[in-house]
Design a protein around this ligand. Structure first.
Ligand code: WQD
Length: 349
């Protein structure tokens, strides 16, 4: 079904959101509408469903313009820019499963890198030179010290993370060639949770790779127990420690960056961590989710997952300093909102 909607003249605050039907993208679209922007979604629905559009409308009262498109189709992408007065881009679209990227590296390099190059070429053709890129804390690999600063060394340990680093470098090179570009490179830690309405949330296709969606699917009976990948790490209780950030905090971080993208702060490309600055173990997450859901979450300890690191959490000073943004939601909010979404949508969208 061709989901392309009738074109309408967009307002001057039109923001193209690639990957906008995905988990983080869709929550960011809600935050953009709340902030008075006009988000236009481009997504190929390879890892998301168009049904999220109606949920966005239910929450915001606005049905965003949506184009079903593969960003590597430069001709089709060009048409979107011809039809709409886009002023900036938030680029989420890309494959993002770490394990899959190890098994199928060429699929990841081809899709993620070619999409970014096609997008930049079309943006340049239309003199749209403001971009916020969805990067990842996974570019730090086994960081030397926590909390991790933006100046920490990068050391990618899988093709997925490497595509994020390569795209960061491509964008920096685009800036060197044309300093009119305004570029924000946002490195997310571990996004979790859902919109407070329970109408939107994380809906991974197939068996979830990530901890929180797996736990919440155990809570609704889709799996018997959580496999905890190792409890022999040098941490508070031996399980892995990560910086879990509420997806709506993350979404609002993008709006904060968009509001600043025209200021002198972004006269050069800026790398910014988006996290809470707090590390929490797998067991702490599991116990917090039991409290939020009222369910017992069964688990078993298995061996470590290859490629996993022990500890990873953000230094958040730069985000506060240059975006005037910090997280507002706590672990209970993350688990309560994730549970509300999952219990109201046991099979996802
Ligand atoms: C968290 C912790 C696991 C699942 C993710 C994404 C990556 C990037 C960064 C965006 C670890 C443990 C997990 C399970 C478990 N995101 N775990 N049992 O590995 O930090 O990376 O965030 O760019 O794409 O993969 O997140 O949720 O997979 O793991 O014990 O079934 O939970 O060992 O300690 P991770 P995760």
């Amino acid at each position: 079904m061709n989901l392309e909607r009738r074109t309408k003249k967009s307002s001057k605050r039109s923001v193209l959101v690639t990957g906008g039907t995905g988990y983080i993208g869709s929550h960011t679209v809600v935050a953009l509408i709340a902030a008075g922007y006009n988000p236009i979604i481009a997504d190929n629905l390879s890892n998301s469903k168009a049904s999220v559009l109606k949920r966005i409308e239910k929450i915001t009262g606005k049905l965003p313009l949506f184009y079903k498109i593969d960003l590597r189709n430069t001709t089709a992408l060009n048409k979107i820019f011809q039809k709409n007065s886009i002023t900036s881009v938030i680029h989420f679209a890309g494959f993002k499963a770490v394990g899959e990227s190890v098994a199928e590296p060429l699929k990841y390099y081809e899709n993620n890198i070619q999409s970014a190059i096609s997008l930049c070429k079309v943006m340049d053709r239309h003199k749209v030179k403001k971009i916020i890129f969805s990067s990842s804390a996974s570019v730090y690999g086994e960081a030397s010290a926590n909390p991790i600063k933006e100046s920490s060394a990068t050391a990618t340990t899988n093709p997925y993370a490497h595509t994020k680093l390569i795209i960061e470098e491509i964008l920096k090179s685009v800036y060197v060639a044309d300093p009119e570009w305004r570029i924000a490179l946002l490195r997310y830690f571990n996004p979790v949770g859902a919109h407070e309405s329970g109408l939107m949330g994380e809906d991974p296709q197939g068996i979830p790779n990530n901890l929180m969606p797996y736990i919440s699917q155990v809570a609704v009976g889709r799996h018997k127990k959580v496999n905890i990948f190792g409890n022999d790490y040098p941490t508070v209780d031996g399980t892995g420690v990560r910086d879990y950030i509420h997806v709506m905090d993350l979404a609002e971080g993008h709006v904060a960056a968009l509001k600043k993208i025209d200021t002198t702060i972004f006269s050069v490309p800026r790398v910014i961590n988006l996290g809470t600055g707090k590390g929490r173990s797998v067991m702490e997450i599991l116990r917090a989710f039991e409290k939020a859901s009222g369910k017992v979450i069964s688990y078993r300890i298995t061996k470590r997952r290859p490629g996993d690191i022990a500890v990873c959490y953000a230094d958040t000073k730069l985000a506060k300093k240059i975006l005037g943004w910090k997280t507002k939601r706590n672990l209970a909010d993350m688990c309560n909102d994730a549970w509300r979404w999952q219990s109201q949508n046991p099979k996802g969208y």
